[in-house]
Design a protein. Structure first.
Length: 159
């Protein structure tokens, strides 16, 4: 399986980088993981709806440049479907069985993802209604992907 994460913003925090590298190492026997960062757009305090749309569209165009033909898109979206760890494991296993072994997860910037990317996604995944820093979401996502592989192997890691 090939897993790509395309994320808005540069990761600067060492503890997050170390955690991400650890989970990529843990996932590596099961899947190849690649992370692509795209620059975020500057956001003013209290932007208008029009300004938010412009920012999302600009970031969305940057993301679109890295999308590969035939990849299955999973957009992280607060309005998406909230899955348990077991449900996520089943979804990843089902995608693999259906021949969708090239997955791309999209993580937007602080204002979210552009509508055209959300509409293009095969699945919108929510990690709940809480707001998380988008840089932290990379680590949370990778931990859940690792957990999914362990669940699918019958390993007790996730308990």
């Amino acid at each position: 399986m090939n897993i790509r994460i395309i994320a808005v913003g540069k990761l600067k925090e060492k503890y997050l980088t170390e955690g991400i590298h650890e989970y990529i190492k843990r996932i590596s026997p099961h899947a190849k993981v690649e992370i692509t960062e795209v620059p975020d757009e500057k956001t003013q305090d209290h932007p208008s709806e029009t300004e938010l749309k412009i920012i999302k569209d600009k970031e969305g165009e940057k993301i679109s440049r890295y999308l590969k033909e035939g990849t299955y898109l999973i957009a992280l979206d607060i309005r998406g479907k909230n899955l348990s760890s077991e449900e996520m494991a089943a979804m990843l296993q089902d995608l693999g069985v259906k021949g969708k072994s090239d997955l791309t997860f999209l993580i937007g910037g602080s204002v979210g993802l552009a509508d055209h990317l959300l509409n293009k996604a095969g699945f919108r995944l929510s990690f709940g209604r809480m707001t998380f820093p988008h840089q932290l979401m990379r680590l949370i996502l990778l931990e859940q992907v690792y957990r999914a592989f362990k669940i699918n192997m019958g390993h007790p890691y996730h308990k």
